[in-house]
Ligand binder design. Sequence first.
Ligand code: DGJ
Length: 481
Amino acid sequence: MLPLIQTLERRTLLAAVSVQIDFTPSSTPAPSGYIADNGLAYGNRNGYTYGWNVSHSTDAFDRSPGSKYPVHSTAIYMKSSSGTRYTWDMAVANGTYNVTVDAGDPSANVSLLIKAENTTVVSGTTTSSARYISTTKTVSVTDGKLTLSSASTTSRDPIMSVKIVTAGNTPSSSGGDGSSTPSTGQVTGQKLQAHGGDIVYFNGLYYWYGENKDAKTYLQSTIHEPRVDVIGISVYTSTDLHTWTYEGLALKGISTGDLAPGNVLERPKVLYNASTKQYVMWMHIDNATYSMARVGVAVSSSPTGQFTYRGSFRPLGLASRDETVFEDTDGSAYLVFATDDNNSLRIARMTSDYLYLTGQNVKPFTSSSKREAPQLFKANGYYYLVTSGATWFTPNAAQYAVSSSVLGSYAIMGNPTSSSNTYGYQGAYAFRSEASGNWYLLADKWNTSSLGASTYGFMQITFSGRNLKISAPMSWGLSVK
Ligand code: DGJ
């Protein structure tokens, strides 16, 4: 006879979810931005309820321990060596979810068939040039559990990771700066997606523009650097630099051309041109191997967009990668860009409509200084140019230069921080608080295994004579005043 009362299982049920699980042996920790699944039986751990119908941690493996990109070096077989299939569940509220599964074996070509809720997510055979398959499908959950199962007849269906996101929840995930939840504001419970961006003040409101990187991070096969496909440029607004409201994508990626998913769209910066009454966005446009090296320009009559993309070009005919813009107090504006294969930077004056360059320019650092991520601003009567070294997404020592005229000669001043790696960050933009007059550096803390989980810091900039100092980032919960 069946028992009348069934044992109730304790589950952590989440109303809106955005979680990434890395299947990994317990000897290899999950990378930042992921929670680990070591093959244990279904249960409560890491704030979620998930796991396997049977504990089978011996089926988890790591093909290259110590790898810089661990998500795709570890996996767990969904079928035992004797052919028993395992199923995996995560407790979620009934509803619709976007499920992304990465599966494969970095050391072998395998034929895969992995399902979520009976919808086939991954189906196909890996090859030596693509040792994993990543696919997203939308599935519906009606029994309080999202279930993954496997059905390949020829392989043991090694699964590397799964990302589960409540459908329609954009931008997804939790934590205002990716590591903690802001104490107030409309972005509470959502992760800010505004990387490599700027914070500018237009008509009583701060606007924070930046790259939306809320997509899968993968290693580009030629240059071996992490990337995400182009989504677009997010914009957030704030009255106090503390509470941010997501306004949507000010510039959206499109299926072809410069803004196509397979390209690079980085470091957007926005100016307002008082004579044309247009907001003008400059950005780095590139292909996936960074050999296109151009700047793009987009315009809008409203600061939140939609911005209309005008096209891209090589400034002064030169290759251009990291860039920023600067508007001087006399209304003239400048593009600062990394050039000569990131060996040097140029500051180039824009035309009065901020859409082109006049040709006037200066090279503030020497030709072999390897500077990028520039921020140019005027404070304390001087023009300051703060830069990072050129080590892709790995933090390095900042260096700044100072001049008494924007296109004049710059004195190289050294590292303005008390850190040899800019406290683990890379500068994005220097801005001034309207309330206090204090200067801050908005900076990115890149997470190379999950670029969308990269976080931000505000570092205070202080001046003494023509010297400047940049302090360690303030904790996110502090209001910048
Ligand atoms: C370093 C730059 O500063 C970033 O904006 C980005 O372009 C990465 N390189 C790409 O690796």
